[in-house]
Design a protein around this ligand. Structure first.
Ligand code: FAD
Length: 411
């Protein structure tokens, strides 16, 4: 449990990235956002839904256009290793980048410009050379999108109890099963599917496969409507889906470690996301408190409101600082090393739990400062309150983070 000695200060390449990102928002994102606005099909984070409950195609295409432009501008993949074509940024650098992207984009289209669950992940970096050309390169270029397929209807936390199976047929593999609660299930081109290849082998029982979403036997299922109301979560069925051996990611039996690498990436991203959105909400709350009056005076003069602002500031500051220190320690341990350093899971879970719980309080208080306006359907405060509630469940519930922290302490 030694504290790391790594720096938490933004490097020169972070400041280079953020100034290019700022210019990109004005030059490349704003015109796409204006066109989307004219189309009248909702906003990126409050999209209209189609007849099947999925994100409206117009909103999806606007996000896709921003991803392609971002990839061309060299802004889409700072989190991916340099030796496979990414920026090779450390986790400390990524927290600074993510914070800037979330603060400067708010809930706008700019968020699509940084590779997220639909882009390349640290797990897929381990794919074979053949799969690199076929899947990783187009993902990095923003030409295709992906989905991570781990959860099933009856299995979320208890991942080793999953039912999706893969068996060998010659050198190929045949996948049978189903997945549920999958982000980007409706639109993904390549599916990172985790399946049982050796039942009873514990953490070696799973393998990750790359599956073409239009392969024979893959069926996109219904949308699962959540409180996010973004039409991006759904089901997938696999019925005798044949994949070649080259679509196995890393080695047979590495699926659990790869799934955890993917999930840990999302957990660590909470640091920058919550710092960015948190400071955006704080700035909006301060502005609102200055402009809104009660009894002829700004509510910012009321101690009750000042305390709400102070509590938001304290939560944002504490979660940001904790995350930066943990990311610096993780940079020393290797945040995606295989096998992962035994001190890493506790640090990763600390980042997730501290941010999930602080950001929930931040979003709640931001709503409170705005009064009824904060409850207005589709307002940033109302939307981020729903996002904040959601954060405590995907990528491992807050209870599971406590389990991992305790395991680290008692090891
Ligand atoms: C919007 C959204 C997007 C998602 N995107 C994806 C995706 O892209 N890919 C993907 O694979 N999955 C995705 N998921 C699934 C998500 O990862 C799971 O919902 C999450 O892991 C929790 O699993 P569960 O829903 O089955 O809850 P359960 O496992 O049923 O948990 C229910 C409750 O029991 C508690 N619990 C369960 N087991 C334990 C334990 N051992 N110790 C202590 N408490 C425990 C939990 O903390 C929770 O409070 C998404 C979910 C949502 C809501």
């Amino acid at each position: 449990m030694a504290m790391g000695t790594g720096t938490v200060v933004a490097s020169d390449r972070v400041t280079g990235y953020t100034s290019r990102f700022r210019a990109f928002l004005d030059a490349e994102v704003a015109p796409v956002a204006a066109e989307l606005d004219r189309a009248g099909v909702g906003t990126p984070w409050n999209p209209a839904l189609d007849a099947h409950g999925r994100m409206h195609a117009g909103v999806w295409e606007a996000r896709r256009e921003v991803q392609r432009r971002s990839a061309r501008a060299g802004l889409y993949n700072p989190h991916i290793s340099a030796d496979v074509g990414g920026g090779g940024f450390s986790r400390v650098e990524m927290q600074h980048v993510e914070e800037f992207v979330y603060r400067s984009s708010g809930l706008g289209l700019g968020l699509a410009a940084l590779g997220w669950t639909e882009g390349a992940s640290p797990a897929i970096e381990h794919c074979s050379d053949a799969a690199r050309g076929r899947y990783l390169a187009p993902l990095l270029a923003g030409e295709i999108t992906g989905a991570f397929c781990n959860t099933e209807t009856s299995v979320g936390t208890d991942v080793l109890a999953m039912e999706t199976r893969a068996h060998r047929d010659g050198t190929d593999w045949i996948i049978d099963g189903h997945k549920a609660w999958i982000t980007n299930s409706h639109f993904a081109d390549v599916l990172q599917v985790v399946a049982v290849t050796e039942a009873g082998a514990g953490t070696r029982s799973l393998t990750m496969f790359l599956v073409d979403a239009d392969a024979a036997g893959v069926t996109r299922g219904r949308d699962i409507p959540t409180m996010l109301a973004d039409g991006l979560t759904g089901e997938l069925a696999f019925d005798g889906v044949r994949v070649p051996a080259e679509n196995v990611v890393r080695e047979v039996g590495d699926g659990f470690a790869l799934a955890m690498a993917w999930i840990n990436w999302r957990r660590m991203c909470r640091g920058g996301m919550c710092a960015g959105w948190g400071s955006w909400l704080l700035a909006r709350a301060v502005d609102r408190a200055r402009r809104r009056t009660s009894g002829g005076r700004p509510i910012a003069e009321l101690q009750a409101v000042q305390h709400l602002l102070a509590d938001i500031d304290a939560d944002v500051y504490a979660a940001r600082a904790t995350s930066l220190v943990a990311q610096a320690e993780l940079d020393e341990l290797g945040p995606f090393a295989m096998p992962l350093h035994p001190d890493a899971p506790r640090l990763i879970s600390l980042i997730k739990i501290v941010n999930d719980e602080a950001f929930f309080r931040v979003a709640d208080r931001a709503v409170q400062v705005h009064g009824g306006t904060g409850l207005l359907a589709g307002s940033p405060e109302e939307k981020l309150f729903r996002v904040a509630r959601n954060l405590k469940i995907p990528a491992g519930t807050v209870e599971i983070q406590r389990n991992a922290i305790a395991r680290g302490l008692l090891r």
